[in-house]
Design a protein around this ligand. Sequence first.
Ligand code: AMP
Length: 485
Amino acid sequence: MNTEDDHQLQVVGADIDDDRFHDECGVFGVWGHPEASKLAYLGLYALQHRGQESAGIVTSDGKELRTHKGMGLVREVFSESTLKKLKGRAAIGHTRYSTAGPSAHLNAQPFTVQCSKGQLSIAHNGNLTNGWELRRELEASGSIFQATSDTEVIPHLMARSRETTLRHALRESLLRLEGAYSLVLLAQDRLIVARDQRGFRPLSVGKLETPDGKLAYVFASETCAFDLIQAELIDEVQPGEMVIVSNEGISRERFAPELPKAQCVFEHVYFSRPDSRVFGRSVAQSREMLGRILARESPVPADCVIAVPDSGVPAAIGYASESGLPYRLGLIRNHYVGRTFIEPTQTMRDSRVRQKLNPVRDIVEGQRIILVDDSLVRGTTSRKIVRLMREFGAKEIHLRISCPPTISSCYYGVDTPSSSELIAANQTVEEIREFTGADSLAYLSLGGLRKSVESLADDCCYACYTGKYPTDLVGVEILTSQSQK
Ligand code: AMP
């Protein structure tokens, strides 16, 4: 299922069944546009699925940075008048999801600091696996932290750097970081973006013409943000690359030697929007292939294919085309849930899933259904949906998951629960089938997943499916329990 409403429910603390912590974010940057704050707003709006807890924009007019950030969805945090106050031709923005709590607003990004290098503002997507360790080290030598997010170590490292230019201070700081980061950093007179050496999280660079005929540069986690503001994709920010834009133009440089890439395959499985190009490949294409290969690997006699909307849709379409079975709209999603606290009756089972999804009785009744979802984490969602479909008369339900079993937590910025809560880490496929109540259950194989992302296969991180992590996980257990971003 899609994240937005799940997230929203968690923000209001209403959904105890789905209290997974998310440390997922979207970042955006623009340089050289008279309506920078508006573009940042629209960019964040397109990246809303990457985080719904807080949103923030910082602009620069060349002299001063101005900030507006708050808890809630992008459209709730900003108004026409707040955007007007965010003056300047440069902006960065951030949308974030994490643990809800009284101090959560402290962690809202971008973070702005005043230090020896001037005024700086930073927004970050990803998790630093040595963030906690760095923080302890910095605190031991006198640094005072305001928030609990690992991002804050970056400006602290920069402030302490003996390097005299911003670029060199950032470079020196980045070389101390381990793990995942796609960052955008704004100073009075320049915008710098950087991506970690393995490229865990996406970050793209684009351009657009300004109303006064000049060239503006834009940066975003996903290219769907470019489409909304009618910017043209130039390319990905490369792993280990830093891009600097100022009035002197744009420059790109490698700040660290090349390492084997470990781009998050889950971006293609679930997290990114299908209308984005991520890591240079269309997400829609990957998703459809996931479904096609799943159909080849795990066929079963059935009457139709039904998706768990919205995130299961492209794979279900792929499954249907490959199998020759009709794709039918047998589950309808209410896009407006997440706002209500009202439980219809105390005794109504699976009320949250019912509010979100409703089977179409005339499509489901008496049918042998292939039910496709993008992933199965704890298994509770699938269990509820299977139960619901049965109630509406489904004869058989064959659950098909368009990725391999999720057996390990992610430490690089996708929030998965600890392995004790990951059903596939603790139970066999047959036990999971039994738990969900489906007639059959099949996951996509790891080989099938690799085939679906085609040329990206060797450049991806599969740790959540294999338990093989591409970095040392120093201090990460403590970090993730204390700080979610
Ligand atoms: P579960 O009930 O834990 O098995 O949840 C599985 C559902 O959550 C699937 O329908 C996915 O679409 C969705 N999902 C998977 N991973 C995530 C994530 N990291 N954040 C939010 N939703 C997710």
